[in-house]
Design a protein around this ligand. Sequence first.
Ligand code: RB5
Length: 149
Amino acid sequence: MYAIASDHAGLPLKRSIEEHLKERGIEYKDYGTDTEASCDYAVFGKRACDAVMRGECERAILCCGTGVGISIAANKVRGIRCVCCSDPYSAAMGRRHNDANALAIGARVVGTELANFIVDAFLDAAFEGDRHARRVGQIMAIERGEEIE
Ligand code: RB5
């Protein structure tokens, strides 16, 4: 189960990604927004990321105008490692090297077809562990306020 969320600016891209997930047979839960009324990306990004951290969803896919605001908000949720991507390579490497558990895409930056490639890259790549596990561990230590050197 994937969590998906957007603000008003990200809503059209979120709808398009939802169609893509349906075509791929991937289950998702939509944490809003569901109207074009202006709203605050942090609220919806946090809802989706909280679901990931509660273990109800595997990972989150988030959309706002740039992908930037919602990714910054997502990365403030303890345990979330969100990558804001405009290309499939970064999305795949975010999984393989950074064990990203959230993906943000900007609806005003990325077209719907490219977004599908980015989503696929994120869905299909796996964390490689090994030296990357040490580095991700350091990121999580920073989050806990620990020294890492
Ligand atoms: C909303 O206008 C816009 O600021 C928001 O979607 C996002 O791009 C912020 O980072």
